[in-house]
Design a protein around this ligand. Structure first.
Ligand code: NAD
Length: 298
């Protein structure tokens, strides 16, 4: 297929590479010229604007930081909707709020285009390996249409329901993740303060009812899981600021649904504190630092 791809960052660049590897023709646009050049070197065609990137394509993928970027890429004078042919589907894989997705899908529909939300999990490793999970929101027909394109970039392509439900799934998963990481950090720190070897405690939790991904794969206590970011100075994982962004989406969505998120709101404050202290770029498991003191508080 001929595909327009906009947003070649940590996630978008490897995703676009995988589309090329699968034999698609890919037009690319990003504000960052170096990111564009790297894709051109791999066989993509550079476009001067989102509008130029989507002229004559059969499908569009956007992978941008937040809702404001997606809105501007779609609606600017030289944006996607100004260049796209009627009937072409837009796949937005950015993580944004479900309400924005619905509003943008309505705008696209007025132009004769379908927009589906297809946020991802799997991180930059999954993007490079082509093993991402895509959580797709849209009609059954739209899902069937985008599935072959997404299959070149991911392994698990799940239809979550109507437009916006892909983002709902993504936000709810990361709500659990943000909370469980803080819970494991709290318990591991308490155990260490009370004198148990953290490796022994980690082993017990991981074979007991406290077991979860935050304890058995990504344990925040250094040395418990060798491959976890905590064992390499909290580098190279899922950034604290990205977790903070996702918890902000969850608490905003909760407000609009008049639904309480007691633990999510508290977890948001923990990651906010980390970010304010300058640790926003560290892996989010560094939240354990809030429980570690050089001198014990009285
Ligand atoms: P990133 O910041 O690395 O990349 C974003 C790219 O968008 C950059 O190259 C930037 O230049 C480009 N961009 C911004 N505004 C633009 C515009 N107006 N026109 C064209 N290009 C523009 O972000 P990322 O890590 O690739 O994440 C993208 C999305 O995926 C985010 O919504 C993020 O929450 C989500 N996500 C990220 C991860 C992860 O591990 N990084 C995992 C899952 C989901």
């Amino acid at each position: 297929m001929k595909i327009g791809f906009i947003g070649l960052g940590n996630m978008g660049a490897p995703m676009a590479h995988n589309l090329l590897k699968a034999g698609h023709t890919v037009n690319v646009f990003d504000l960052n010229a170096q990111a564009v050049q790297a894709l051109v070197d791999a066989g993509a065609r550079a476009a001067g604007s989102p509008k130029a990137a989507v002229t004559d394509v059969e499908c569009v993928v956007t992978m941008l930081p937040a809702a404001a970027h997606v809105r501007s890429v779609l609606t600017a004078d030289d944006g996607v909707l100004a260049g796209i042919a009627k009937g072409v589907t837009i796949i937005d894989s950015s993580t944004i709020d479900p309400a924005s997705v619905k509003a943008l899908a309505e705008l696209a529909a007025q132009h004769g285009n379908t927009l589906v939300d297809a946020p991802v999990s799997g991180g930059t490793g999954g993007a490079a390996a082509g093993t991402l999970t895509f959580m797709v929101g849209g009609s059954a027909a739209a899902y069937e249409q985008v599935k072959p394109v997404l299959s070149a970039m991911g392994k698990n392509i799940v239809h979550c329901g109507d437009t916006g439900t892909g983002q709902v799934a993504k936000i709810c998963n990361n709500l659990v993740l943000g909370i469980t990481m803080a819970g494991v950090a709290e318990a591991m720190s308490l155990g260490a303060a009370l004198g148990i070897d953290p490796k022994v405690l980690g082993g017990i939790i991981n074979t007991s009812t406290g077991r979860c991904w935050s304890s058995d794969t990504y344990n925040p206590f250094p040395g418990v899981i060798e491959a976890a970011p905590s064992s390499r100075g909290y580098t190279g994982g899922f950034g604290t600021d990205l977790m903070l962004k996702d918890l902000g989406l969850a608490t905003d969505a909760a407000r609009s649904a008049r639904q309480p998120v007691y633990l999510g709101a508290l977890a948001q404050q923990l990651y906010q504190t980390m970010s304010t202290k300058g640790a926003g770029r560290l892996d989010f498991s560094a939240v354990i630092k809030l429980y570690q003191f050089e001198e014990k508080p009285r």
